[in-house]
Design a protein around this ligand. Sequence first.
Ligand code: PDD
Length: 285
Amino acid sequence: MSRIAYVNGRYLPLRDATVNIEDRGYQFSDGVYEVCEVRGGQLVDERRHIERLTRSLAELHIAMPLTPLALGVVLRETVRRNRVRWGIVYLQISRGVSRRDHAFPPPGTAPSVVVTARNLDFAKAEQLASEGVAVITVPDNRWERVDIKSVSLLPNVLAKQAAREAGAREAWFVDNQGRVTEGSSSNAWIITRDGKLVTRQADHAILRGITRTVVVDVATAQGLELEERAFTVEEAQGAREAFLTSASQIVIPVVQIDGRPVGNGAPGLVATALRRDFHRYAELT
Ligand code: PDD
């Protein structure tokens, strides 16, 4: 079965699904995106993803080209046409096509909308969760508005590649005070020795992950004490547990940071319980 993408109003086989070379997403990475988990063919936390998308667009002064309702229809239809049971749906909106000029294109230029969807390997994801992953740390050299989910991801790409080359799954960005901000495509968490759940406050230095928001709800229901604050690499290495969160991975235990084991070097009980309960608190539609 060939994969199908939605491009500006049409559903097309992937090989025919193209955008203009003067699309500002291509020329300037002038656009935003969302990645939403698909579970049993349903969207996980669609409402929150579309809310965040609306905010990202507003911050960049890109007009929302479809109503949230219409966008939901397109997301679901793309999932259906690709027969995704468990995987992801990807949505990208750029400022549209216009003769190359850094300044915004003329008013009325239509934003470009692209949606793709694909199945992920469920067994492999479960294996990662049960074994835990290694992370490395890299300097956070991104701009100061990474709270906007823009497609401008070059530092993230380089950080992820550095992780791969080091045999690790993820790279954690570290600010100039030695404190972890977030992963190249995930949020970062620890459980302190005295059992507190710690993740960086959601200011402009991190993306406010949708998974992060739901994990806070799960943790609260489980009676965990939450501290939203920065933590250093040393604190993370000395923590009882560490883990990362993202829409495509939910909760994945981190068992090694820069070659040092976290806790006893195996996935922790808290991370495992948060992963287990996650979908009871997420919205499936
Ligand atoms: N990444 N931080 C960054 C830099 C991210 O790219 C992501 C998600 C997150 C977690 O956000 P959420 O829980 O809403 O997925 C945090 C997506 C999955 C990606 O780029 O593929």
